[in-house]
Design a protein around this ligand. Structure first.
Ligand code: AMP
Ligand code: ZN
Length: 484
């Protein structure tokens, strides 16, 4: 293996060399969306960042040697509330189905438009209830969980190194807890594994009564089912470090008697909009779909690849301040790069597909990407190739952008044909306008002006041929492109 990948591991707070457990099956889990509402551009960030990690791993270890799991959380109290609000005429279960199906469908559409590959598996939490019940039983059996107040709770004091990921101590949590400790909890930080459902709420039968799982449990069970007890990378946004990921670790390690759940914990930084936290009340809440399909943001629709680049222009751990200016900049850069790929001689015709799709990234760009996704290094490498003059530069530019999911053969083919059409339109309109100006000059016996137009078009490779309309005897002018 020639390319060394380095990743910043939240667990150790260090950049470390990435060494997979099994290079034949590199395994990554990323917490996916809770499907109660359309995804906003903050949610787009982990989808894009971990898609780039997935693409890098596939490049280094081989397409068939990486397993990427991103779940769908389709059981959650936020979903119940939204379903009751939006479909009051339906039974709650039917309303929930409507909300989760509609939201999941839209999410798939959004991430596809952002250039994200499909993950290897996309489990739904509700398909893994049996596994959740089994994990709770194990945790109770091993004295890591207890039943109290109609809930099954995880006892955080039962785990000696609870808090290792977020570096919080149990004592600190109790001292700092603002909320009054629920009377039935042993520790303020004890969290729900299972809670009882009312007759109306979604629920599954269990030894502790009809109920539903806690959010953290879902990811512990789905990751184990698809990736095993211990896997390589676990990812998500910064806000998930505590309590979500901390509690996933607690459940998985205690259930399986392991000291680890995943070896590398990666977290993307947060995104704000024009200096402020995104929120509905501030009116700066941007839904991905609205950005792509309406002109609500900056007065025009934005393409998915532009949003993707706007996101990738910042290193993944840093915060992003999102703005129209940022989108404008990304659009300008991307347009320049695409034009350059064409100008440097790549021709997107079917007969060239295989050869073009096989183009790989520049090795220096790959080294920057493998260095904890150093996007500033990546972007400057792209600019370097875009200012080159050789076909080789075009090939590297395309190969690198292809690896990053910013272009594909098909997207460039579409771009090329749109470009060709535009060129034709502009040219034809211009030529015809010049011809009619010349005809007018000839009528007015302004020979100098007529010659000037003819000569000017000639320098652009267009020759004019005058003739007479048979019936009217009026002068007509035809044009053609001079060959050579
Ligand atoms: P949620 O559906 O809220 O659980 O979020 C899904 C994913 O999006 C999680 O990985 C979150 O950490 C991430 N996320 C949510 N809001 C933002 C934001 N403003 N910036 C970056 N990531 C976010
Ligand atoms: Zn999770």
């Amino acid at each position: 293996m020639t390319i060394k990948i380095k990743l910043y591991n939240t667990l150790t707070r260090k950049k470390e060399e990435f060494l997979p457990i099994d290079a034949n099956n590199v395994r990554m889990y990323v917490c996916g969306p809770t499907v109660y509402d359309y995804a906003h551009i903050g949610n787009a960030r982990p989808a894009i960042v971990f898609d780039v990690v997935f693409r890098l791993l596939r490049h280094v270890y081989g397409e068939n040697h990486v397993t990427y799991v991103r779940n769908i959380t389709d059981v959650d109290d936020k979903i119940n509330a939204r379903a009751a609000r939006d479909y009051p005429e339906l039974a709650l279960n039917d309303a929930i189905k409507k909300v989760t199906e509609k939201t999941t469908k839209q999410y798939h559409k959004d991430v596809k438009a952002l250039g994200c590959l499909e993950p290897s598996f996309e489990p739904f939490a509700t398909d893994h209830i049996a596994g959740m019940l089994a994990m709770i039983e194990k945790l109770i059996e091993k004295n890591h969980a207890y039943v109290a107040g109609g809930e099954v709770l995880f006892d955080i004091s039962s785990m000696s190194n609870y808090g290792a990921l977020s570096r919080r101590k149990i004592d600190e949590q109790q001292a700092g807890a603002r909320i009054k400790v629920d009377a039935h909890k042993k520790n303020a930080g004890d969290f729900v594994l299972w809670k009882l459902s009312s007759e109306n709420e979604p629920g599954w039968d269990s030894p502790w009564g009809r109920g539903r799982p806690g959010w953290h449990l879902e990811c512990s069970v789905m990751s184990e089912a698809l990736l095993g007890e211990v896997f390589d990378i676990h990812g998500g946004g910064l806000d998930l470090i505590f309590p979500h990921h901390e509690n996933e670790i607690a459940q998985s390690c205690c259930a399986h008697d392991n000291d680890k759940m995943a070896n590398y914990w990666l977290h993307n930084g947060f995104l704000q909009v024009e200096g402020q936290k995104m929120s509905k009340s501030l009116g700066n809440f941007i839904i991905i779909n609205e950005l792509l399909e309406t002109d609500k943001f900056g007065g025009k629709k934005w393409a998915g690849d532009v949003l993707r680049l706007a996101m990738l222009m910042t290193n993944y751990k840093e915060p992003i301040d999102f703005s129209v200016a940022r989108l404008e900049e990304a659009q300008k850069i991307l347009t320049k790069w695409k034009e350059k790929i064409l100008n440097l001689g790549l021709v997107f015709e079917e007969k060239n597909r295989q050869e073009i799709e096989a183009l790989g990234p520049c090795s220096k760009l790959l080294a920057a990407l493998a260095n904890d996704l150093d996007m500033s290094g990546v972007i400057s490498n792209l600019h370097r190739h875009a200012s080159g003059k050789k076909l080789h530069n075009g090939g590297r530019l395309f190969g690198s952008l292809q690896l990053l999911g910013l272009v594909s053969f098909d997207s460039m083919k579409e771009w090329q044909s749109a470009n060709d059409k535009q060129d034709e339109n502009v040219d034809i309109a211009y030529i015809e306008q010049q011809i009619s100006l010349r005809l007018k000059a000839l009528k007015e016996k302004d020979w100098a002006k007529a010659d000037e137009i003819r000569n000017d078009l000639a320098t652009k490779g267009i020759s004019l041929k005058d003739s007479k309309e048979e019936k009217t005897g009026e002068r007509i002018t035809k044009w053609e492109l001079k060959s050579g």
